[in-house]
Design a protein around this ligand. Structure first.
Ligand code: ADP
Ligand code: MG
Length: 674
């Protein structure tokens, strides 16, 4: 018989239930006595109910009051708005109660505002009084004691038949707890040490099977995706470097070497370049494109927005054309005639670069003889799209660039099948940006500061938030602010407006004016977030900074500090929630994109950080990408070693993990337990 409390929790099989782990564990060996509890504390006590009363002090408010006692004293326990307690609480019952000790506002007596409680069936000897009492997440109508006994039953009846799929050699080498012992100790830990080991084992499993799949995918890729053999040493690449008005940083050179190594190997490259905003990824992209072009192939470069595509197009044409390399621009909204003639060029010409937006990926056009595909700002762009890209054409080399540094642990899971390079050095001569946090009430001082900067020839961004849920209102707020600034504080200055709802041509126009310095103050919604490069802009004012995500704030800040001038980023905010306070604090604490990304991961969690599901990150039951990084690295190493040694997993020891790879871990466990 399947216990109904399990069904209520959505647990339909023994595997479901045995992998439904406690939320926390409470040490209930030495609970305090009532006489010893003090105001303000959150306590867990063992009590007996003396009396129960139910009150309705106001309509729709119910108050359940019990006098709770132990051998030392008594206290009033209060439950708010839980009318069903009428049917449960009875005098004479023994309870474990967790609550906050408060003072009654009328009687000034101690009372306990109950957070959680459970009924003790056998108060002398009970599972609820263990040193590590498991506390599960519950749903209405399910009780800890009930669930504990259902799971205990499964632990004795079902768990013994479970065989450990992990090869014994790995268990031994890593001193992992066997699977059965791990599951047993998660529910009923016999010591703190065993609980820790149990968790480690299960977290290892969560990472290991994922890494095994990634290792396998990478291995398959190497076999089945031959790429064109490119020649990195060549005239075009040399010419490009020679004409730059600066020397490449060591980091840029190193990353270009990584790419050079890939493209001559004969296997299609699949590499992600991480480099903070302003670290000089465009040159890396240009070199990769030239590797293909000088080897007789074409290349594509895709940016997330039209503005960025346009910017790349202008910058790269200026550098490529003198070397005799054509650059074409493909946009979403092109005139039909213009588009057709571009497409015709793409088919009749050779050795060119096509710049487009990410939309180009879904576009059915085929670029003939494609040798290199570069995706700029890859983080705006999910795993699914990456896969479509691979299928398109005859596996060109793929290079992904991202400005949002992805923390290492996330990298190894969401992007675990890519090779990686890091541009961990900034071009010389940049002064760090000063970040200042101010309340809305100080705004006039900032505008004054603004004016002094403009007088020195600098330019300013003023950014307003725009989120999907309140898009219309936000847009109107930004437009109103623009009108207002233009006619009041910044009357007499050249003020421009740019937002996502403007026609692309108009946007480009505004950006071009800003670049040429004709617009001094650019009021914007987040369209300027990525990639825009105007070195003369040295002031970034972000209104309602509390409404932006952390990586967005970091990206926005990265729009300034690109020239030789001291730059400033003003965060205007009235943060209310803890997370928005944390975000502002993170921005003030560091300008290191990696630290920002780590904060972001902590504040938001991995799913959100990369755009939820799209990011292709599985939901872990136990594993935490930040605190379990060590285990992740071990699991990854073991998985990759196994695949290297036996790619098809033919060894007898690997039969169970092979099965898991084709099914899933969950399915495998379920089959064994049923
Ligand atoms: P991002 O990594 O954000 O795409 P960009 O490629 O746009 O950065 O480069 C930012 C700015 O730094 C550009 O103006 C670029 O010309 C300049 N730059 C790039 N590499 C160097 C270098 N090695 N030395 C000096 N300036 C550089
Ligand atoms: Mg860029």
């Amino acid at each position: 018989m399947w216990d109904s409390c399990l069904t209520k929790l959505g647990l339909h099989t023994p595997a479901d239930a045995l992998y439904f782990f406690p939320r926390i564990y409470e040490d209930r060996r030495h609970l305090p006595k009532i006489s010893a509890i003090a105001f303000g504390q959150t306590v867990i006590i063992k009590v007996m109910i003396q009396t129960v009363t139910h009150e309705n002090p106001k309509p729709k408010i119910t108050l359940t009051k019990c006098i709770l006692s132990d051998e030392t004293s008594s206290v009033i326990g209060i439950w708010f708005n839980q009318p069903y307690l009428k049917k449960i609480l009875r005098p004479g019952m023994h309870l474990i109660v967790k609550g906050k000790v408060e003072v009654n506002q009328y009687s000034r007596e101690k009372q306990l505002s109950v957070i959680e409680f459970e009924v003790l069936n056998n108060p002398k000897e009970d599972a609820a009084l263990k040193p590590f009492t498991p506390i599960y997440s519950l749903t209405a109508g399910v009780y800890q004691s009930q669930l504990r006994s259902s799971i205990k039953k499964l632990l004795t009846e079902k768990l013994p038949t479970l065989a450990d799929p992990l090869p014994q050699a790995i268990i031994n080498a890593l001193q992992l707890l066997p699977l059965k012992a791990a599951i047993q100790n998660m529910h009923l830990p016999s010591s703190e040490d065993l609980l820790k080991k149990a968790r480690t084992r299960l977290v290892f499993d969560e990472f290991f099977y994922l890494q095994l799949a990634l290792a396998k995918r990478m291995n398959t890729h190497e076999i089945t995706y031959p790429g064109p053999v490119l020649v990195p040493q060549g005239k075009l690449a040399e010419q490009y470097v020679a004409q730059l008005p600066y020397t490449l940083t060591g980091a840029q050179k190193r990353v270009i070497q990584d790419i050079a190594g890939d493209v001559k190997s004969g296997i299609a490259m699949n590499r992600l370049i991480q480099g903070d905003v302003g670290s000089g990824k465009t040159d890396v992209a240009a070199m990769a494109a030239l590797f293909a072009i000088q080897s007789g192939y074409n290349a594509t470069l895709m940016a997330p927005t039209e503005i960025l595509a346009e910017q790349h197009y202008i910058k790269l044409s200026a550098k490529f054309n003198p070397m005799g390399v054509q650059v074409y621009l493909l946009k979403g909204k092109m005139k039909k005639k213009e588009r057709e003639s571009t497409l015709q060029n793409l088919n009749s010409q050779q050795h060119y670069l096509v710049v487009g937006t990410h939309a180009l990926i879904e576009d059915p056009i085929i670029i003939p003889n494609l040798g290199m595909t570069i995706i700029d700002e890859q983080h705006r762009f999910g795993v699914i799209q990456r896969l479509t890209l691979k299928k398109k054409g005859n596996s060109p080399h793929c290079l992904f660039l991202t400005a949002t540094p992805i923390p290492r642990s996330l990298m190894l899971t969401a992007y675990g099948d890519l090779e990686k390079s890091l541009i961990d050095q900034m071009p010389p001569g940049r002064t760090p940006i000063k970040t200042v946090y101010l309340r809305e009430s100080k705004i006039s001082e900032i505008y004054y500061f603004c004016a002094t900067h403009i007088a020195q020839g600098r330019q300013v961004y003023i950014v307003y938030p725009l989120v999907e849920e309140s898009e219309k209102l936000d847009l109107q707020a930004a437009i109103n602010a623009y009108e207002d600034l233009k006619s009041t504080v910044f009357n007499g200055y050249s003020v421009g407006l740019i937002h996502g709802k403007m026609p692309p041509a108009q946007k480009q126009d505004v950006m071009a004016q800003f670049k040429r310095g004709e617009i001094q103050i650019l009021v914007a919604t987040t369209v300027i977030e990525v990639g825009i490069d105007v070195p003369n802009a040295s002031l970034m004012i972000i209104h309602h900074a509390e409404r932006f995500g952390l990586s967005q704030l970091h990206q926005l800040r990265g729009r300034v500090g690109r020239g030789q001038f001291q730059s400033y980023c003003f965060l205007i905010a009235d943060p209310k929630s803890d997370t928005s306070k944390e975000r502002i604090k993170a921005m003030l604490d560091t300008s290191d994109g990696f630290k920002i990304a780590e904060y972001d991961l902590k504040i938001r969690g991995p799913g959100d950080m990369l755009g939820t599901r799209q990011a292709g990150i599985p939901e872990f039951k136990l594993a935490n990408l930040i605190t379990d990084q060590e285990i992740l690295l071990t699991a990854r190493k073991v998985a990759f070693t196994i695949i290297k040694q036996d790619p098809e997993l033919n060894l007898p020891d690997y039969q169970a993990i092979k099965k898991i790879l084709t099914q899933s871990h969950g399915q495998f466990i379920q089959d064994q337990l049923n």
